[in-house]
Write a protein that binds this ligand. Structure first.
Ligand code: F0G
Length: 446
């Protein structure tokens, strides 16, 4: 397979290349991020995107059933015998006119890509199908990740499926109980560190280097290859047309990086005529990307990213002992590991970045629940961000917009119940207490 794909350092002054049969989570030469690259002339990529859709007719083939491997020529880094799937990517692009109208958009233009329908309840399964396939290809026996909850749930599920040992690192008290329950139930060794996600991320890298474990965070370039499939399915849901905008929450910035790469490659292959714009939405309590891009003017700059801007900002965070805080615990991250790749995605997709408050996130979440299939708080940042970009007239009411709802609505019910019960938001729908008495019940209902 070495000739269809290889790994390459994104640093233009390094550009070191490695075989896909090796496993690193950083460039061994310079420490920068690695990409999975393809020799497209050696891959038989379908001539048009709609050819992938024909695989719906052969769903008894496990690879055609998978919402990731259905697009396998676009992530051709391992032989079929290693490909792992547990049925990820059976997700839905829901056209949502009620929400569109509520937000002042034209009917027909707003779509919600509900990744909560994945086996572990979040978009992470897309990336895990790809990364665990790579892990199998390189013969890994034991793996680890740091997580704000969803990665740990997905890693634990796929590791169990692959017969691999797995350890997950989470910030103590920093992840929702439901996500913690998944990791425990799927049999992961769960280490709760007295710190935040950024602390866990640092420790897990050290542990993986020291103990030679396979790392499954989005530093792993093969994980991002799987996450590209979310965008292929958005295009498929739009009958292979390209929306004007993609909106995605920003945490460790793996998704936004993967989406930018997906569109860059599709354009390069002539499978799409234009690239959509992308909006990446932070929570205000964890807004590193917003600060660096909007206030400090950090840019991709053909890969020559001004490291001093990042280092200075991180030094400021350290000096004030900053730890991020948001009700959207999934994106409670202040040192996103894919920052540079995300800058590249912003460059490719003419992207914008915004931060939205917890109040805006929980209000948006209630609207998505009321009008749609619901989602977890981090996912709702997309609709809160859309409202901001509509008010700034950056997104026009008649444009086509696809918001990625990254996690299931049952991932974090504490936030939901508190929002409604405490009447803390604009759309709170509190439960009503009543005596066990028919007359009183009827009175209450009238
Ligand atoms: N939405 C949800 C539901 C998430 O779980 C995450 C990340 C994001 C958005 C942000 O995505 O990192 O690609 O920018 N969760 C990771 C985890 C960090 O550990 O579960 P990103």
């Amino acid at each position: 397979m070495a000739e269809t794909a290889y790994q390459k350092c994104i640093n233009p002054e390094c550009k070191a290349e490695f075989s896909c049969n090796e496993s690193f989570f950083k460039c061994p030469d310079c420490g920068d991020l690695l990409d999975t690259c393809y020799n497209w002339d050696k891959i038989e990529v379908p001539k048009k995107l709609s050819d992938f859709g024909k695989r719906w007719a052969t769903r008894e083939n496990r690879l055609d059933f998978s919402g990731v491997w259905r697009f396998r020529e676009l992530l051709d880094f391992c032989p079929d015998k290693y490909k792992v799937t547990i049925g990820e990517g059976q997700t839905l692009l829901q056209q949502n006119d009620m929400l569109a109208e509520f937000l002042g958009m034209k009917k027909g233009g707003l779509y919600l890509q509900y990744e909560g329908l994945n086996p572990s309840g979040s978009f992470k399964d897309n990336g895990m199908a790809a990364a665990f396939s790579h892990a199998k290809m390189v013969g890994a026996k034991s793996c680890a990740c740091a997580s704000t909850g969803n990665t740990s749930a997905a890693v634990a599920l796929y590791a169990h499926h692959c017969g691999m040992k797995c350890t997950v690192f989470v910030g103590s008290g920093r992840i929702s109980f439901n996500k913690l329950s998944q990791a425990l139930d799927y049999g992961a060794k769960t280490i709760q560190i007295l710190g935040d996600f950024d602390d866990c991320m640092k420790q897990v890298q050290a542990v993986c280097s020291e103990l030679k474990l396979y790392l499954l965070n989005s530093l792993n370039p093969f994980r991002l290859e799987g996450q590209k499939a979310i965008m292929y399915r958005v295009l498929e849901g739009l009958n292979w047309s390209v929306p004007d905008w993609i909106i995605v929450p920003g945490g460790n910035l793996g998704n936004s990086s993967a989406f930018g790469k997906a569109f860059y490659e599709l354009k390069q292959l002539g499978l799409i005529g234009r690239v959509p714009r992308m909006a990446i939405i932070n929570a205000t309590g964890a807004d590193t990307l917003t600060e660096l891009v909007n206030k400090r003017n950090l840019k991709w700059n053909d890969g020559k990213v001004d490291k001093k801007i990042i280092d200075d900002f991180y030094a400021e965070l350290t000096a004030k002992k900053f730890s991020p805080h948001t009700c959207a615990s999934a994106i409670e991250i202040s040192r996103p590991v894919n920052l540079k790749k995300c800058l590249r995605a912003i460059d490719v997709c003419n992207g914008v970045v915004r931060a939205v408050s917890d109040e805006a996130i929980t209000d948006a979440k209630a609207l998505i629940g009321k009008f749609g299939l619901g989602c977890e708080p981090a996912s709702a940042a997309t609709i809160a961000g859309l409202a901001v970009l509509l008010s700034e007239k950056i997104i026009k009411p008649e444009q086509t917009v696809a918001c990625v709802l990254t996690g299931h609505c049952l991932k974090d019910p504490d936030v939901t119940v508190n929002y409604h019960k405490n009447k803390s938001g604009r759309y709170s729908n509190p439960p009503v207490e009543c005596a066990n008495d028919l007359q009183q019940i009827i009175e209450l209902m009238s």
